[in-house]
Structures are given as structure tokens and as C-alpha cells.
Design a protein around this ligand. Structure first.
Ligand SMILES: Nc1ncnc2c1ncn2[C@@H]1O[C@H](COP(=O)(O)OP(=O)(O)OP(=O)(O)O)[C@@H](O)[C@H]1O
Length: 594
């Protein structure tokens, strides 16, 4: 696949025809779990569910036989046998109910096990090798997070339920078909002089009846599949917009943008509403196809066997058994039309999960920046680079430069000249461009963006991020918080909070410096991480780095001139003109356009 083609992968393409290019398939969703280490215990649960379903059919058969005996006893006036028959009935339904409840619990446990496995597997895939970031950066997919949180649950629920029905329905249908075959007798169809005998006509009747219901439902309900796919998308979009508004609440309030947000919410919800109307309409059509014939089925078997009853070739009990068996077969076969919506929703969920699996697998472009990570490397070496946007359009040209271990390099340039993009490239999260970079091991480098990520949790966790909170002792926290001017938060060190929303912008930037001082990386990359600080605080932060981590390499991006004093090497970028200067060299030497 060419770079252009890869970048042009839109949501719809990943969702649809392009899927053939990827190794994932529906089959993987099953095979991966049922060949995992979890499989044996889950297979036992599945066997119990299937087995109890079969035993359940046996009990239904016994109840059917009981029905015959019971009505024959009433029809022939043998009332003395009724107490014994009722005791038998109670016993049968007690055992059947216990079995059904156990099977339902087993199904819930199986669903939970499968969901747990699939969720953790997808989390691994999504977070491993940066798929979570690539999907957002390259706009490969909408709402990847909700696919893991919502669609996995739906997939497992639907799959277990539909599969268990698909196993039990034929068994039940065949069993009661045999009962019908044995009981229904022949039907003499007289057409003028021609007399045709139809053997086991009740069996034909029930299949003819159920087949026409299924056909009718299919014709009426086939549009449910695309409508359900759309429903999941619009619901996910609505949830995502809600989260966005919640997270940006303060900014929205400052801009007084509530009315704009309300209209965005209304218009997103309008899509849900319009689609739900479609679902209501199609579902009503399907229900019409299922329920009207369903009403007829309650009286149809009685009408069909009435001639035999009147001719004396069938007893009252026989008629009740035929009627019950007819009801069992038709209600069993009615599962297919009723399951139409479940199938539709299941297919929609599978497609959304496959698109996520595919997006997790999409690799970066084949021709891209080469970022070599060498564990023994101490110098950061940047070859002549052309940084491009994801579509290959040039953003910035960077000449070759290297930063020795312990050196302090400032990258400067106008807004939009590509400074942050260069840092992204150094971090290995911007593969778009031509050229090569050699960096030390990723674990020895720490990148600090303008707005640092502060996870929900304790301040100690925020200080340790992405390390473990156990790495931050009380004494260390006290020392570092005092150094960066956040000593007032020491008593709240272990208080869980949304610290990202609670701390001011400048406090969050000081927290980011505290993180550096705790992690003590060999190579520090700072991208305008002092932009919210006053001059004095900014100087304090840089002084701290130099005092406490004198041997660490420092590569900064900053606009303020004062920051230059803390650096001894400079790389100046503009979109068209780029120059580098080492100590003693002249910076801002324009180079001619290539
Ligand atoms: N995902 C993207 N797709 C297309 N263009 C992008 C993308 N991300 C960044 N750019 C563009 O790349 C250019 C460089 O952006 P970058 O953030 O690196 O600039 P900068 O020098 O750090 O700017 P500032 O000083 O304003 O932070 C900008 O013109 C920006 O619009």
C-alpha cells in the first residue's frame, strides 16, 4: 500500500472493503479466545450450558407427555389419578427450573470470562506500539475507546446468547417434530374424484407456517442491519461529545459557548433520534410479521386436528399434545425471526470490533523517518530531515545536528515552524518525513509537553507518572515539592483528585518539572513547558534542572529569550529557513531554499 493510500484510509474504508488487506477476521474473535489458556474452563461451562439445554428439551418432552395423560384423565373421568399427575408435574418443573437457572448463571460466568480476556487483549493491542495514539493522529477510527468498553461486552453477550439458541433451537425443533410426526396422523385431501393422503400433515403445517413467518420477517426486517450499525455509531458520537464538553467545561464557560455546545449536542442527538425512528419503524414491521401469525398459531393446531377429534380417531389428550407440540415447534422456529434484531446488532458489533483490530494493526507508512534507538548511544544525532504532514506535504526542513550527552540545546523558531513536530519525531511518535534520527534508549529520555498529562488519582501518582507511586517516598516528595514551589500540597499527597483540573496551569507545569527531578532521566526534552510560568518561576525551574541534573542532556523548545541563558547550543527553525549553531558558532544563519 502506498503512503498516500495508507493516509487516505478513512473511517469508512477501514470499516469496509479495505478489511481484506488485514489479517484479522471475524474468525479471529472466536479462535483467539477458544485457543487461549482460558479455554478449558470456559469449554466446561459451555458444555454445561449446552448439556442442560438438551436435558431441558427432554423435560419439555416429559411435560408434553404429561399433558396428554392429564387431559385424557379428565376426558375419561379418571379424576383419582389427578393428584399423582400434579405431583409428577411439580417434580418435573422444579428440576427443569433448577437446571435453567444453573445454565443461566453458567452463561453469565462464561460471558464475564470471555469479556475479561477480550478486553485485556484489546487494551494490550491498543496501547502496544502506540496504536491508541496513531488511531487518533491519523484519524483511522472514531471512538476506539468505546469499542473496547461497549462493543466487547455486546459482542460477548450476543455471541453466547445466539450460539446457545442456535444449538438448542434445532434440537428442540427436531424433538417436537418427531412428537408431531407420531401424533398427527394422516390427512385425506379430497379434490373432486382425487383423494390425496398427506401423512403427518401437522408437521408440514407447522414448517409451512414457520417458514412463511421467517420469509416475511426477512423481507420486512433486512434493513435492520445497516440501521443498527448506524445506531451504534451515532450513540458513540453523542457520548464522545458529552465527554468532550465535560472535559472542556471551564474553557466553554470562559467563551460562554454553552449555547453553541447545546446546539452541537442537539444536532448530534437529532441523528440518534432520526435513526431510532427508523429502528422503530422497521421493528414494528418485523413485529407485525411475527406477532400476527403468532396469534393465529394459538388456534391453528386445534382447527387442524378438529376433524380427527370429531371422527374419534384422536382423544382429547392427543389433541392437547399435538397442540402443545405444534406450539413448541412453531415457537422454537419463531426464534429465527425474533432473533433477527440480535443478528443485526451482532453483525454491527463485529464490524466495529474488526475495524478496531485492523486499525490496531495498521503500521506507520513504509517510507518514513528512520528513528534508531541505540541503548549504548549517548549523543542525539539528527540527520538532514524533511518533516511532512501525514499526507506527505513538507512542514519543515531541519539540517543535520547532534547534541552530545550533557549538552543543553535550545530549538527556536516562529510559531508553526515545526519545533514540536521535531520533538515528536525525536520521541518516535511522528513518522512522517524523510531522514534519519539516532537516539539513546527510550527509557533514558523524558519528554515534557506544554500541557502535561495528569492522571486522575493521588498527587503522589501524578508525581511518579509514568513510574510507580512507590518510587516517591515522603521525604522525596517533600524535598521536590518544596523545590518547585508546591510545598502547600504536601499534606494532600495521597488525596485522590482530578489534579489536572484542580491545579493551575503554572502549578501543573511545576508538577511536570517535579516529575523530571524525580525520574532523573539522562536526556530531557522540554516543549514550552514553562509557558504558563512567570519569569522568576521559569528561571527557577531551569536552574533546578541544571543544579540537580547537571549531567543530563537538555533539549528545549521555548519562545522566551531568557531561556537561552540556560543553553549552550541552538537550533533555529523557520518554515523555510533553518540554521544551527553550536557553542561559538553563529546562529540564525539563513540557508538558501533547497
Ligand atoms: N496532524 C497534523 N496534520 C497536519 N499538519 C500538522 C499536524 N500537526 C501539526 N501540523 C502542522 O505542522 C506545523 C508545525 O507545527 P508545530 O506544532 O511543530 O509548530 P511549532 O513550531 O511547535 O509551533 P508553536 O510555536 O506555535 O507551538 C504547523 O503548521 C501545524 O499546523
Amino acid at each position: 500500500m502506498t503512503q498516500e493510500a495508507l493516509h487516505d484510509l478513512s473511517y469508512a474504508e477501514v470499516e469496509g472493503s479495505q478489511r481484506a488487506h488485514f489479517r484479522t477476521s471475524t474468525w479471529w474473535l472466536f479462535k483467539s479466545y477458544w485457543t487461549s489458556r482460558e479455554a478449558p474452563v470456559s469449554a466446561l461451562l459451555a458444555a454445561f450450558i449446552v448439556g442442560s439445554g438438551f436435558v431441558g428439551v427432554y423435560f419439555s418432552l416429559r411435560v408434553n407427555q404429561w399433558t396428554g395423560k392429564f387431559y385424557d384423565a379428565i376426558g375419561s373421568g379418571r379424576f383419582g389419578t389427578i393428584p399423582a399427575l400434579l405431583t409428577l408435574f411439580l417434580g418435573l418443573i422444579m428440576v427443569a427450573a433448577t437446571l435453567a437457572i444453573s445454565a443461566s448463571v453458567a452463561a453469565d460466568v462464561l460471558k464475564l470470562r470471555w469479556r475479561t480476556w477480550l478486553t485485556t487483549t484489546l487494551i494490550d493491542q491498543w496501547t502496544r506500539s502506540g496504536a491508541y495514539f496513531r488511531i487518533e493522529r491519523d484519524k483511522l477510527l472514531d471512538n476506539a475507546d468505546q469499542r473496547i468498553s461497549e462493543d466487547v461486552k455486546l459482542f460477548v453477550d450476543y455471541t453466547v446468547t445466539i450460539t446457545s439458541h442456535l444449538i438448542h433451537v434445532p434440537v428442540s425443533a427436531v424433538t417436537f417434530s418427531i412428537v408431531l410426526w407420531e401424533l398427527s396422523g394422516n390427512y385425506l385431501l379430497e379434490l373432486g374424484h382425487l383423494a390425496i393422503t398427506i401423512p403427518a400433515y401437522m408437521l408440514f403445517a407447522v414448517y409451512l407456517y414457520s417458514g412463511s413467518t421467517l420469509l416475511l420477517t426477512h423481507l420486512l426486517g433486512r434493513s435492520l442491519i445497516p440501521v443498527n450499525i448506524r445506531q451504534q455509531k451515532v450513540e458513540a458520537d453523542f457520548r464522545a461529545l458529552m465527554v468532550q464538553i465535560r472535559e472542556g467545561a471551564e474553557q466553554i464557560a470562559f467563551y460562554d459557548g454553552a449555547s453553541v455546545e447545546a446546539s452541537r449536542l442537539r444536532s448530534t442527538f437529532a441523528s440518534i433520534r432520526a435513526n431510532t425512528w427508523r429502528i422503530i419503524r422497521v421493528t414494528a414491521q418485523v413485529m407485525f410479521g411475527v406477532q400476527v401469525p403468532g396469534q393465529i398459531s394459538s388456534i391453528l393446531p386445534v382447527l387442524l386436528v378438529l376433524p380427527q377429534l370429531m371422527a374419534g380417531t384422536m382423544t382429547l389428550g392427543g389433541m392437547m399434545r399435538v397442540s402443545a407440540a405444534f406450539g413448541s415447534v412453531s415457537s422454537t422456529l419463531a426464534y429465527f425471526p425474533q432473533a433477527y434484531q440480535s443478528f443485526a446488532a451482532w453483525r454491527a458489533v463485529v464490524r466495529r470490533l474488526l475495524a478496531l483490530l485492523d486499525a490496531n494493526e495498521i503500521k506507520s507508512p513504509t517510507f518514513e523517518l528512520t528513528v534508531l534507538q541505540r541503548p549504548q548511544q549517548t549523543t542525539i544525532e539528527v540527520g538532514a530531515l524533511t518533516l511532512t504532514d501525514p499526507h506527505g506535504n513538507p512542514l519543515s526542513r531541519i539540517p543535520a545536528f547532534s547534541v552530545k550527552h550533557g549538552a543543553r540545546c535550545l530549538i527556536r523558531g516562529r510559531s508553526g515552524s515545526g519545533k514540536s513536530t521535531l520533538l515528536r519525531a525525536l520521541a518516535g511518535i511522528w513518522p512522517f518525513g524523510i531522514g534519519s534520527i539516532t537516539v539513546p534508549a527510550r527509557t533514558s529520555m523524558m519528554f515534557v509537553p506544554q500541557k502535561s498529562y495528569v492522571p486522575v488519582g493521588s498527587l503522589r501518582q501524578a508525581l511518579a507518572y509514568p513510574g510507580a507511586e512507590t518510587d516517591v517516598s515522603d521525604a522525596l516528595a517533600q524535598d521536590i515539592l518544596a523545590a518547585v514551589g508546591l510545598a502547600q500540597f504536601l499534606p494532600l499527597l495521597d488525596q485522590p483528585d482530578r489534579w489536572g483540573g484542580r491545579l493551575s496551569g503554572g502549578e501543573q507545569q511545576r508538577l511536570a518539572f517535579a516529575r523530571i527531578l524525580i525520574a532523573r532521566p539522562d536526556h530531557i526534552f522540554i516543549d514550552e513547558a514553562t509557558s504558563a510560568l512567570d519569569d522568576e518561576s521559569e528561571q527557577r525551574m531551569y536552574s533546578l534542572l541544571l543544579e540537580r541534573l547537571p549531567h543530563s542532556t537538555l533539549i528545549s523548545v521555548a519562545h522566551r529569550k531568557e531561556v537561552a541563558a540556560f543553553h549552550d547550543q541552538f537550533v533555529d527553525l523557520t518554515p523555510d529557513v533553518v540554521a544551527t549553531s553550536a557553542p561559538g558558532a553563529v546562529s540564525n544563519q539563513p540557508k538558501s531554499k533547497e
